[in-house]
Design a protein. Structure first.
Length: 341
């Protein structure tokens, strides 16, 4: 999908924010629906009271979730309605997607609607840039966008995924941007460098903390402007980032490739079962394997059967190795631990 098509692809996502007082909220006697009713003819809205709704309202009202889970429906409804009636002037903002309630928060907090984040992406990137990965769920939005900035790595016939004869095109990696936001929760958005290898659709990214945009003390408009500025800044640095990435193909790890990979995994909290798969593949590399070859093992593993958090950790590990190589390899050649700067 091209950036030009992004807004159209998200057009079916219906998000809504409702400003409510506690007196306008109630749970039916069988705890099936959370109702909002402002007294007007068209004011009644019913949200299915599912696990997500129960979790968010219990957290907002300060009611024990484990206690509510044990209550029969009539007692659950009684408890929640009692809390709501105890503070009828209390205020809340209800965030919904379609007919589902996904979040409740205090009024006045900085929430970035998905449509406005999409507008920033469309206005900051080229219409022909490609959205190679998009994840949208109840609380998060994740988009990886690549540009025409790219670099090509020389083949190595000793390594399966670098053999020239197996591929129609060269070993090309494009540079781009990763955007993370939360359209229904108060969560700081993130804009990071994203590099995408075409052969295996491997991705790596700079650390999220480097691209986190602070919410405190800012308006929605100011945060959206910072999102745009961050994307523009990353686009301007892509050639340098890609050059650093390509340089890994001529650099060796400070010691044993296996020990080096194991230590990287330990530092980034990669689960043992996943590291077993990583190390099994690293052991198959030539003795003179480069940092590029080791990095690709981590990014290929991120494409496998791992959960979202592990995928992100693997891609961040790979990004730190590619984009901050000198720091990543400043290690003891025996134990592979980082040395003091």
């Amino acid at each position: 999908m091209l950036v030009a098509d992004l807004k159209e692809s998200l057009a079916g996502v219906h998000e809504r924010s409702i400003q409510a007082t506690f007196s306008e909220l109630s749970l039916d006697d069988e705890a099936r629906y959370l109702r909002y009713d402002d007294g007007s003819h068209d004011g009644m809205v019913e949200f299915p009271f599912d696990e997500q709704s129960e979790r968010t309202i219990s957290r907002y009202l300060g009611i024990s979730k484990s206690y509510l889970a044990k209550c029969p429906p009539d007692l659950k409804a009684y408890n929640i309605n009692s809390w709501l009636r105890a503070k009828p002037g209390g205020a809340a903002v209800l965030e919904s997607i379609g007919d589902r309630l996904v979040s409740i928060h205090r009024p006045g907090l900085v929430i970035l609607p998905l449509r406005e984040v999409a507008d920033v992406i469309v206005n900051s990137m080229s219409p022909q840039d490609e959205v190679v990965n998009i994840i949208r769920d109840d609380v998060s939005f994740h988009a990886d966008i690549i540009t025409d900035h790219h670099v090509e790595i020389a083949p190595d016939d000793r390594i399966a995924d670098r053999q020239q004869g197996e591929h129609q095109v060269g070993d090309i990696t494009h540079g781009g941007v990763r955007v993370l936001s939360s359209p229904t929760e108060v969560r700081a958005p993130v804009v990071t460098t994203y590099l995408h290898r075409l052969w295996c659709t491997n991705g790596c990214t700079s650390p999220a903390e480097e691209g986190t945009i602070k919410l405190k003390g800012h308006t929605v408009e100011e945060v959206l402007q910072e999102l745009s500025d961050a994307m523009t800044s990353i686009r301007g640095d892509l050639d340098d980032k890609l050059a650093s990435y390509a340089a890994m193909a001529s650099r060796r790890p400070p010691g044993s490739p296996v020990r080096f990979a194991r230590q990287l995994g330990n530092e980034h909290g990669i689960p043992a079962r996943v590291m077993t798969r990583v190390l099994d593949r690293v052991e198959l590399l030539p003795e003179d394997a480069t940092l590029y070859d080791i990095q690709q093992v981590f990014t290929q593993t991120a494409n496998g059967s791992v959960n979202y958090r592990t995928m992100m950790n693997l891609q961040t590990l790979a990004g730190e190795l590619a984009l901050d190589t000198d720091h990543a390899v400043h290690r003891c050649g025996t134990c592979e631990r980082l040395l003091p700067e």
